[in-house]
Structures are given as C-alpha cells and as structure tokens.
Ligand binder design. Structure first.
Ligand SMILES: [Zn+2]
Length: 203
C-alpha cells in the first residue's frame, strides 16, 4: 500500500514503509484503516483456513497451499500499483484452480452436463475479471467480481442450510463459503485502499 508520508508503494505484508520507515495502514488509528489492514487479515486467513481444513477435509488445505504460492509470487505477477489486490487475486486464483481440478475429476467420473456448465462459468468468469483488473485497474471488474462472489456465496448458504452438520457436503460448502467471504473481504479492503491512495482506479 502507499505510504502517506513519502508516497512510496509498499507491499501489503509490510508494517513499515521501505523508504522512510513510517508506520503503514494503522498509523491513522481509524476503524476503517484497522478493518482494511490486509497484513493482519492474511495471517487470520491462514489460521482459519487451517482450522477449517481440519473440519472440511485435509485435501481442501490445497486451497491454502495454492493461495500461499500465488500470493508469494505477487511481486513477479503484478504491477506495483496493483499489489494491494494480491490477496484477493491469490484467493480467487486458488478458488479457480481447485474448482477446475474438481471439474476435471467430475467430468471424468460422472459426465453431468449441468454441473459442467455451472462450474465452467465459475472458472471462466473470475479468470476474465482478474485479467481485466490486472490489465486496466478499472472499477468494473472489481464490481463484477464482487457481485459474482456474492451470488456464489448465496447459493452456498442455501446449500449449507439444507445439509446436516458434519455431512460431506456441509464440510465442503462451509470451506468454499469461507474462501468466498475472504475473497470479498480482500476485494473490498484493496478497493478502499486504492480509493485513499493516489493510485486511484480509473472509472
Ligand atoms: Zn514512506
């Protein structure tokens, strides 16, 4: 995020500015700057993902592993001006990769045309929006991704409400719902940061 003192763009995981050592994010001890502290939120995400992984099935920890790898690669994949979008991009990349893997497996195992179409949208839509966001730094893909994750989250909640606690479906959908909530949170945190920074999003 951008340093308020010298204007230097810093990585989301930094507590202090690399150029002038000024404290980042939490310096203005407002409620909003605490809520949008992505550095602390990434640590919380890792902790909750591990706890939830133990409930949802160890193989779903693959989402955390893919998140960590993608997030770690942020400096090579993203322009410094979009680095504050790194957590939400890494989460959505993780969702896409894991969904894509399950999609391929379900095609191989049971040929359901409806599910295939549904899952294809779940993969293609975020991929298009993420590339759009990285390329243009525009508000439109941010809004579209937010709406998309909200719709997906609503369908998960409807599914979860109909399932028994600790059933296989319940475990999987609770995990997916958590990652989509995280995607929405980091999307909002990054967007509100870019609004307060000089590097504003173009329209
Ligand atoms: Zn600075």
């Amino acid at each position: 995020m951008q340093c308020e003192k010298c204007g230097k763009l810093n990585d989301v995981m930094r507590a202090k500015c690399v150029a002038c050592s000024d404290v980042l994010t939490t310096s203005k001890a407002g409620v909003l700057s605490r809520l949008t502290n992505q550095r602390l939120a990434v640590y919380m995400l890792i902790f909750i993902a591990i706890v939830l992984g133990l409930y949802s099935g160890i193989y779903l920890l693959a989402m955390l592993v893919i998140f960590l790898i993608t997030f770690w690669l942020r400096k090579y994949l993203l322009d410094p001006k979009t680095l504050h979008y790194a957590p939400t991009i890494a989460i959505q990349a993780s969702l896409v990769i894991v969904t894509g893997t399950f999609f391929t497996l379900s095609i191989l195992l049971n040929n359901s045309a409806f599910n295939a179409l549904f899952v294809l949208i779940d993969i293609a839509f975020p991929v298009v929006c993420l590339f759009w966001l990285i390329e243009k730094r525009s508000l439109k893909p941010v809004l579209l991704l937010g709406i998309f994750q909200l719709i997906a989250l609503t369908t998960h909640f409807i599914d979860i409400a109909q399932m028994d606690f600790a059933s296989r479906g319940h475990r999987i959908y609770v995990n997916y719902a958590f990652w989509r909530i995280a995607a929405l949170y980091f999307l909002w945190a990054a967007y509100s940061q870019s609004r307060t920074n000089n590097g504003k999003l173009s329209s």
